[in-house]
Design a binder for this molecule. Structure first.
Ligand SMILES: NC(=O)c1ccc[n+]([C@@H]2O[C@H](COP(=O)([O-])OP(=O)(O)OC[C@H]3O[C@@H](n4cnc5c(N)ncnc54)[C@H](OP(=O)(O)O)[C@@H]3O)[C@@H](O)[C@H]2O)c1
Length: 287
């Protein structure tokens, strides 16, 4: 099986590159400017040259605030681009893996029997931001145009790149006190676990939509406290509300996804989020 990886310089792309090398799976990794998901002709030429069995699309515009002010770019990269890739892969009988996000949901969770439960793959989407809408369009066009596809939704992703963990550690270098939002919950997810799940999924033909996040949930405040606790950093972290910490783009209050589809396949390889975080912090220390 040969794999073509797009967005290979991003967080998930780098981890997939690592795992594919480790496994000895033949693959080719591309990123912009050579492989631009908005440029169908350029993509077609590379796909024909590489002749892969599977394309894993990690290319995306992930800056949520940037998407809000650059809607056309977000729509082209996160929405129409995956649609073009879906057409190209379908025409060549190639399996497509497309990575999506919790932002396709409304951010309120599902109210059931007096409690809020995590979103499953069967729940309706209702994106609230330009980023979320652009990713929802990407999902729609993949579903409409690809023949053999996996859409894998993840959330709160960290790995080799810019992310919340690194931001917290950096801030702690020159702050004695931090305020972190405590009324938004989700599941911090390591790219290591997500890449493992994707590589397990492509061994099957169980095409469809999957949720892929580490197990358990916490707030950004809890996440920050755990990072500092594990690192032994003595810093005063104060919980604040979303209203007290305004951001340019409204963030979902509830981003918890249940990996129901993967569990049904016996492929829920995701660890509890704290265990994955311990490994990540060790990896940061070593690298
Ligand atoms: N990060 C999260 O918290 C999070 C949460 C939920 C879902 N996701 C989804 O998970 C996937 C991977 O996220 P990530 O954190 O690995 O993202 P990332 O680190 O931002 O990587 C995205 C990669 O795509 C590249 N790219 C940008 N424009 C492109 C284009 N026109 N054509 C092809 N590639 C392009 C980027 O290049 P440049 O860096 O040069 O722009 C970067 O290498 C994305 O689909 C994202 O939507 C992420």
């Amino acid at each position: 099986m040969k794999i073509l990886l797009t967005g290979c310089g991003g967080q998930l792309g780098r981890e997939l590159t690592r795992q594919l090398k480790q496994k000895g799976t033949p693959f080719a990794g591309y990123d912009i400017p050579e492989f631009d998901i908005t440029d169908k002709a350029a993509m077609a030429a590379i796909i024909d040259r590489e002749n892969p069995d599977v394309v894993i699309n990690c290319g995306a515009m992930t800056n949520v605030d940037g998407c809000e002010t650059q809607e056309a770019a977000a729509t082209a990269i996160n929405g129409e681009g995956p649609g073009k890739l879906a057409e190209l892969t379908a025409e060549r009988d190639i399996v497509l893996v497309h990575v999506s996000t919790d932002y396709v949901f409304d951010g309120k969770g599902i109210s059931e029997n007096g409690r809020i439960r995590p979103y499953t793959e069967a729940d309706p989407i209702d994106p609230q931001t330009v980023y979320g809408k652009s990713k929802a369009l990407g999902e729609k066009l993949v579903k409409e145009n690809a023949e053999k596809y996996f859409i894998v939704r993840t959330a709160w992703l960290y790995g080799d790149g810019h992310n919340f963990v690194k931001t917290m550690l950096k801030l702690a270098e020159n702050h004695d006190k931090l305020t972190v939002v405590a009324d938004q919950v989700g599941s911090p997810t390591s790219t290591v676990d997500l890449a493992r799940a994707i590589l397990a999924l492509i061994e099957t033909d169980a095409y469809g939509i999957y949720h892929g996040t580490c197990e358990g949930m916490c707030s950004w405040y809890d996440f920050a406290c755990e990072i500092f606790k594990l690192k032994g950093i003595d810093i005063d972290v104060a919980p604040v509300t979303s209203e007290e910490y305004p951001s340019k783009t409204p963030r979902p209050k509830y981003s918890v996804l249940e990996n129901a589809g993967l569990a049904a396949l016996g492929l829920n390889v995701f660890r509890p989020w704290r265990d994955a975080l311990v490994d990540y912090l060790n990896w940061l220390d070593e690298s």
